[in-house]
Design a protein around this ligand. Structure first.
Ligand code: GDP
Ligand code: MG
Length: 442
């Protein structure tokens, strides 16, 4: 696996302070092989690896990770971002039923997916209706009816009088029916061919024009690997779509098709289907897919842990300094605040300090803008004032408030808080426990 191969690369990179071009190239070579093994299309691999190398060169060296881990982290972030970043939600119609049209090759999994999606929507208190517009295959309508029954969702099928043999007519009639029966989502299943085919494309786009879907979803079998690119492009040109659904992820495909399709079409993968059961279906999770494509979940976990423990180290060092020394300055105070912001969640960092759990509520309500204000004020002080805040008399306070665009009272509050925090920390260092959090604006 990639992890094994990279283990060697890592060994040779360990201990270097800065990532050289040779280091980046070595790691990039392994990434390239891993992507090809995952069945990502070659042009996509080339472009992707190029972009990663570019970004790696511009990156600051991290204190937490070794250079190769840093490259992997970039690779993972880029993968997640191409795969759609955050999961994209379905768009619902503002009025009338939301129409979802499924398109894709025969065997891609459209009919199965239609029912899975209907069940998923039903679980979210929607009232879906399935529409059988595959009139090509003899058994297709029946297959949808069977699936519909399994999930307890009604199926609109052609009957004499509502368009036997005319998928466009069936689609059009289904929308009227959905309105009458107050269904809020209509899922239109369409026919596919084994290969891309002009007549099939025309039929799908005629249905599209007839029902004006809110979402057209391109359904693609994750097992088709490299072929996914040409198929995805053909459907993009022939029908056009808003999102991609990947099926048969329960197979052993590593999922390169996801990256290929997302990358060449720029469309997000929205859902993932992984099995014969109607519940084997979920929103697509770009981060999970990235880790599957790279086949190095362990490495990614390791990177995450390394970063976390680095942050914890920093926080503890800061806390020790705060608690232990008498020469705690305003610069230290500012450093604390910036560290807290960098860690993002205040409750997280405070949770790491013993005895801080009780302040969680208070911290969850902490106003980030307060840190901006503190930062502005401290940065308007001279180095001398920061080292020795006792210097900060009335006229200095006025100057500092003007320089930082704040009120004199803000400066007063900050200086008071600083002295309180300092006193408290000194008491703590003497073993006095945690009297409160005067350092925290609140
Ligand atoms: P369609 O031609 O696009 O409508 O595809 P179908 O829904 O008829 O699916 C084709 C075959 O793939 C059927 O035998 C399905 O049972 C199977 N299938 C569909 N989705 C999945 C999936 O996620 N995993 C597996 N293992 N099989 C699937
Ligand atoms: Mg079908």
């Amino acid at each position: 696996t990639l992890s094994d191969r990279l283990a060697d690369t890592f060994k040779s990179l360990k201990g270097k302070g800065r990532l050289s071009d040779a280091d980046i190239d070595a790691t990039a070579r392994e990434i390239r092989i891993a992507l090809l093994e995952a069945d990502v299309a070659l042009p996509v691999v080339k472009e992707f690896v190029g972009a990663v190398k570019e970004r790696a060169r511009g990156e600051e060296v991290s204190g937490a990770l070794n250079p190769a881990q840093q490259v992997i982290k970039i690779v993972n972030e880029e993968l997640v971002s191409i795969l759609g970043g955050e999961t994209r939600r379905l768009r619902y119609a503002k009025s009338g039923p939301t129409v979802i049209l499924l398109a894709g090759l025969q065997g891609a999994g459209k009919t199965t997916l239609a029912a899975k999606l209907a069940l998923w929507l039903k679980d979210q208190d929607k009232s879906p209706m399935l529409v059988a517009c595959d009139l090509q295959r003899p058994n297709a309508v029946n297959q949808l009816q069977v699936n519909g029954e399994r999930v307890g969702v009604p199926v609109f099928a052609p009957e004499p009088g509502n368009g036997v043999g005319d998928p466009v007519g069936v689609a059009r009639a289904s929308i009227e029916e959905a309105r009458r029966r107050l269904h809020d989502v209509v899922i239109v299943d369409t026919a596919g061919r084994l290969g891309v085919d002009a007549e099939l494309m025309r039929q799908a786009s005629d249905i599209r024009d007839a029902v004006q879907p809110d979402e057209v979803l391109f359904v693609v079998d994750a097992m088709i690997g490299q072929d996914a690119v040409s198929t995805a492009l053909a459907f993009q040109e022939g029908v056009g779509y808003d999102g991609v659904v990947l099926t048969k992820l329960d197979g052993d495909a590593r999922g390169g098709a996801a990256l290929s399709v997302a990358s060449v079409t720029g469309k997000p993968v929205m859902f993932a289907s992984a099995g014969e059961k109607m519940t084997d279906f979920d929103l697509f999770h770009p981060d999970r897919m990235a880790s599957r494509i790279l086949d190095m979940g362990d490495m990614l976990t390791l990177i995450e842990q390394a970063e976390k423990s680095f942050d914890q180290d920093q926080a503890l060092k800061a806390a020790e300094k705060l608690a232990g020394t008498g020469d705690f300055t305003l610069d230290d105070f500012l450093g604390q605040m910036q560290q807290i912001r960098k860690l993002g969640s205040l409750s997280k960092i405070m949770g790491m300090l013993p005895g801080m759990g009780q302040f969680r509520d208070q911290l969850d309500n902490f106003d980030e803008r307060e840190i901006d204000r503190i930062q502005a004020i401290i940065q308007s002080m001279t180095p001398g004032e920061r080292d020795n805040p006792k210097l900060i008399d009335g006229s200095r306070r006025l100057r500092i408030s003007r320089g930082s665009g704040t009120q004199v009272s803000d400066v007063n509050t900050l200086v008071d808080r600083f002295f309180e925090a300092k006193k408290m920390m000194q008491q703590m260092a003497k073993g006095g426990g945690m009297p409160g959090m005067p350092g925290m604006p609140g």
